[in-house]
Write a protein that binds this ligand. Structure first.
Ligand code: ZN
Length: 285
């Protein structure tokens, strides 16, 4: 056993293809979202990387790699049945003044959530990052520039952008972010040629990314709060495990307005809410 543990510390673990895939309770009743919501790992090997041993376990970072200290904890998922009945609200593109209102609503219901942020160096932004962190929510990297053409041009451009957001979060909260969400999701029209290399780089560094399997479509201009609410309910369908895409950016007040009714309805249905971590089985497109 001891030898086995030492082997894990020394080399990490690589799961073979076919790592258990979560089965939703009744996907057939849920609306089609254009992808299989619980196709978690895309059949690729996932490495568990020990943080304090990453130079060995990550291996590929090698000498002279950019941002050698920018590493995550790796992926150590809990059992699929442990997340049944759990919803993970995620807010992209903030923080903004809407974040303040959302934090108050989440507190009101005693709920933890996740914020994939696009930080800047303003004092207001730094204070909001501190506030999100202090109230016990997860902060993940979304992007610094959110400029698809730039960040997806190659691995080093992606890393450079990621590093800026990563450093701002670290400065504000004192805690290095471990999770991220690709702008536009992990598969988009801008990263067709570079996504695999970028994913390999980030996985090797021990960062975990999340797409979503429930969408509010709240980034559409002119959408009403009733539509935001209905989109989530329709997109959730009968799923028993959901990573819900919402936005807390400027101008998305309808998301704030929809939130109390959304939370109340979902609590009444028996769901619980939690924040994402590297222990939650990632939802990948
Ligand atoms: Zn975004």
């Amino acid at each position: 056993m001891l030898i086995f543990l030492l082997m894990i510390l020394r080399y990490g673990i690589r799961f073979p293809q076919g790592y258990p895939v979560l089965q939703p309770a009744a996907t057939s009743q849920g609306p089609s979202t254009g992808f299989h919501p619980f196709q978690l790992l895309m059949g690729r090997p996932i490495a568990i990387i020990q943080k304090d041993n990453c130079s060995t376990a990550a291996g590929g970072l090698g000498s002279g790699a950019p941002y050698p200290d920018m590493v995550g904890p790796g992926f150590s998922p809990m059992e699929a049945d442990q997340v049944q009945g759990t919803l993970y609200l995620t807010f992209d593109d903030g923080p903004s003044e809407n974040t303040d209102a959302i934090l108050d609503i989440l507190d009101q219901y005693g709920i933890k959530a996740t914020f994939f942020v696009v930080p800047n160096r303003s004092q207001a932004c730094m204070e909001r990052l501190q506030k999100i962190h202090a109230r016990g929510h997860t902060i993940g990297v979304h992007s610094f520039s959110h400029d698809y053409t730039a960040i997806y041009s190659d691995v080093s451009a992606f890393l450079e952008d990621f590093a800026q957001a990563y450093q701002l979060i670290l400065q504000a909260t004192g805690e290095p972010p471990e999770l991220f969400r690709f702008p536009g999701g992990s598969k988009n029209a801008y990263n067709r040629d570079t996504r695999q290399a970028i994913m390999d780089e980030m996985t090797q560094r021990g960062f975990v990314y999340f797409d979503w399997n429930v969408s509010a479509q709240d980034a559409q201009n002119g959408i009403t709060w009733e539509q935001v609410y209905q989109n989530v309910m329709d997109s959730l369908g009968q799923k028993q495990f959901g990573v819900v895409l919402l936005h807390d950016s400027y101008g998305r007040q309808t998301t704030v307005q929809a939130l109390p009714r959304l939370i109340e309805t979902l609590l009444a249905r028996g769901y619980r809410f939690d924040r994402l971590s590297s222990q939650v089985p990632p939802v990948h497109f």
